[in-house]
Design a protein around this ligand. Sequence first.
Ligand SMILES: O=C(O)Cc1cc(O)ccc1O
Ligand SMILES: [Fe+2]
Length: 450
Amino acid sequence: MPVTKFSTPEKYEYLSGFGSYHSTESIPGSLPIGANSPQRAPHGLYAEKLSGTAFTAPRSENLQSWLYRILPSAAHSSFKPYVTSERGTCGLAPDSPDVKLHQIPNQLRWDPFDISEDADWIHGLKLVGGAGSPVMKTGIGIFIFAAGKDMAPNTAMYSSDGDFLVVLQHGVLDIQTELGRLLVRPNEIVVLPRGIRYRVTLPEGPVRGYILELYQGHFTLPELGPIGSNCLANPRDFQAPCASFDEDTSSEWTIVNKFNGVLFAAQQHHTPFDVVAWHGLYYPFKYDLGRFSVIGSISFDHPDPSIYTVLTAPSEHPGTAVADFVIFPPRWLVQEDTFRPPWYHRNTMSEFMGLIRGDYDAKAGGGFRPAGASLHNVMSAHGPDAETFEKASNADLKPMKVGEGSMAFMFESCLMIGVTDWGLAKCKKVQENYSEHSWSSLKPHFKRPV
Ligand SMILES: O=C(O)Cc1cc(O)ccc1O
Ligand SMILES: [Fe+2]
């Protein structure tokens, strides 16, 4: 059965292409012709520049956009700490003042995280782990989000810390961004770059999922090498919003800013969603994982999971990612004389995994469930559980479809991931017996030749 691919519902308009230079205006003539900042911008709009890289970054990396809006973003009160009774002071970055990270070598697995009916997007963000620092613009943060309510009216949020890669596991996200609206459904991901303001509402009730926040650089497509010019995630399937705006220069708005994992709020007397037109390379975008064209072995052996990379965040060292976003879509396995599940391994990279739906083929023994997670940190040994090993080493190797109706994913990072107090204890989801359950019943099959 082929994977379902989403089409665009009415009310939403997108521009196609990864890394494409987009221009979009919701009122014709709103973009200045042949200039970015004329003495008077069209229709009495203000021109505002939004930088995703240093102005002087090489052209191949440079990400900037020009926004034409009713009032500039600068028109707001000063930021004050945003402490609510539900939120408390729970830090949201590896080096936030009140966050302690525990780097531990144990294999970890979490039961499905709960949906919190009472929380909105802002209150439902929980830092599970990470490495590095938004202050130094290095590393990543890994979050679980769960919300049952729309964000409060007239409230918008942005992160100064990094780019959010949101992996939706349950529900639907309607995200109004400064640059336009995005509708995100399960099996879709969305990238909300640093600084872009947005408001999340939930048209179909509660939502839940995972977020990888990237403090350094930006996500890009992996190289294809000998694969050639197509397959994996094709650039045309990435969708950015067309400009759409509200006209509201009289109501009170709260702008919540995540700044080194601490929330601050400022007030302003106008909507932040007043961008009538924009052009540039720095924008939010979404991608339907059902459109990923999977590559695999058609002879023998189990290839590295890098062939399933959707997006990568490169480090300064070519081929070594600060984070890769890797998926395990439904696919045919046809290899001959091969142990088909993942091999047993110890990896210098850390592996945080989640499950959007279905089962994961390396864990036939159960316990890795949708909305749950696992972490195999730097050099922590792991691989198929005992049940998977027995099945796969005795299987009749006919062509076989794995992962039908399923989607697992991995955030793979060159960094050692520390786990927060929330992730280790407060969430109450850590499985006590993960390692024992998975690998203690593996039997020796060695027979010394006589
Ligand atoms: O550990 C895991 O389940 C993820 C994984 C999958 C795979 O096919 C090869 C290596 C790997 O780390
Ligand atoms: Fe692994």
